[in-house]
Design a binder for this molecule. Structure first.
Ligand SMILES: C[C@H](O)[C@H](O)[C@H]1CNC2=NC(N)=NC(=O)C2=N1
Length: 116
């Protein structure tokens, strides 16, 4: 199946490289529509995907943090994670290419699966 029919979570990540193509505006619009709870932010000129999740306490926040860490390790693509009492903020972007790549949308979708 090509990527227009597969959902983001069904697709696999590509290896990160400095010269990988940045997601185009059209791609960002197409993929962001599948994960509308995520906000697109720009920090130091780098576009990023970010979402905060609420939990009942720190232990649950920590467990979620570790689960996201597992999917990151499995994919070889890693987020920034801010773990607080009752809240985790997850930020995805492609470090080497300093921007958004399809990998970031795939892993944001997988992050939502871990949270559910
Ligand atoms: C050597 C290692 O595979 C690379 O540094 C990977 C690790 N995880 C990564 N994660 C993210 N988000 N972006 C990268 O460019 C990246 N590169």
């Amino acid at each position: 199946m090509n990527d227009t029919t597969q959902t983001l979570t069904e697709q696999s990540c590509e290896a990160c490289s400095w010269d990988a193509p940045h997601a185009t505006e059209a791609e960002i619009e197409q993929w962001h529509a599948q994960i509308p709870e995520w906000r697109i932010v720009e920090r130091d000129g780098i576009m990023q995907l970010e979402r905060s999740y609420k939990f009942r306490n720190f232990r649950q926040a920590l467990a979620f943090t570790n689960s996201v860490g597992e999917i990151a390790e499995e994919a070889g693509h890693h987020p920034a994670l801010l773990t607080e009492w009752g809240k985790v903020t997850v930020t995805w972007w492609s470090h080497e290419m300093k921007g958004l790549h399809k990998n970031d949308f795939i892993l944001a979708a997988r992050t939502d699966e871990v949270a559910s």
